[in-house]
Design a protein around this ligand. Structure first.
Ligand code: DX5
Ligand code: ZN
Length: 221
């Protein structure tokens, strides 16, 4: 199984983003957290900055929208060139319509659930999405502790995807380091976001390699 590692630039130096991106050559994608002070209690970056990141990034761009009204704003990020756009279950009015719009713009459509949100209600619309993001912290901040009570949710989602032989990927975001990457991968996650574990490390590429190796050893077959 090829596990993908997507470092979150939320823990990078926002004054040196180009340099920070060049320092994570071993990454499979760049995870970009957009927050609006409404859906989550934090504010990060928006369209002008994401546009420039998409222009200079040499890796796929994985935009995670923690914003209200993604039905209105998510297509803008597809237009900017994001490889994938993730929006939250609790924020969207018409997830199927939005997913189809994103795909029609050439972007992968992804759906996120917060820790208190069950994944079963989206089983009937799974094929509309390229990836499901299971949050393993309450969204809004980097550096929080992995919520191990989310592992069962990852497993139930993997069981459903396997049962229906869907190509849907499972991304896990929040508190990922080598140990928790193994827990998530053992349950069936195959895309891992890591912010502080990568950007706080002295050797960031070695940190990415360690997380990937731990996840590949543990991945459920
Ligand atoms: C949190 C963000 C995450 C965050 C992860 O709401 O969605 O992507 O950057 O940071 P770590 O890996 O430090 O938990
Ligand atoms: Zn994120």
């Amino acid at each position: 199984m090829n596990i993908k590692i997507a470092p979150s630039i939320l823990s990078a130096d926002f004054c040196n983003l180009e340099q920070e991106l060049s320092g994570i050559a071993h990454a499979d994608a760049v995870h970009i957290d957009v927050m609006d002070y409404h859906f989550v209690p934090n504010l990060t970056i928006g369209e002008p900055v994401v546009k420039r990141i998409c222009e200079i990034a040499t890796k796929p761009t994985d935009v995670h929208l923690m914003i209200e009204d993604p039905d209105r704003w998510a297509p803008h990020y597809a237009d900017l060139g994001a490889t994938s756009v993730t929006f939250h279950l609790g924020a969207t009015a018409a997830p199927v319509r939005l997913a189809r719009e994103l795909r029609s713009l050439g972007t992968k459509a992804c759906f996120a659930v917060r820790p208190a949100e069950p994944v079963e209600p989206i089983f009937d619309i799974l094929e509309e999405f390229d990836m499901i993001l299971v949050m393993t912290v309450e969204p809004g901040f980097g550096g929080q502790k992995f919520l191990s009570n989310q592992v069962g949710k990852i497993r139930r989602l993997r069981d459903e995807i396997t049962r229906r032989d869907l190509p849907t990927r499972i991304e896990v975001d929040g508190g990922i380091g080598p140990l928790t990457a193994a827990d998530a991968a053992a349950a069936g996650a195959d895309v891992l976001v890591a912010g502080s574990a990568v950007f706080d490390a002295a050797d960031r590429n070695a940190a990415i390699d360690d997380i990937r190796a731990a996840a590949e050893r543990a991945y459920r077959r």
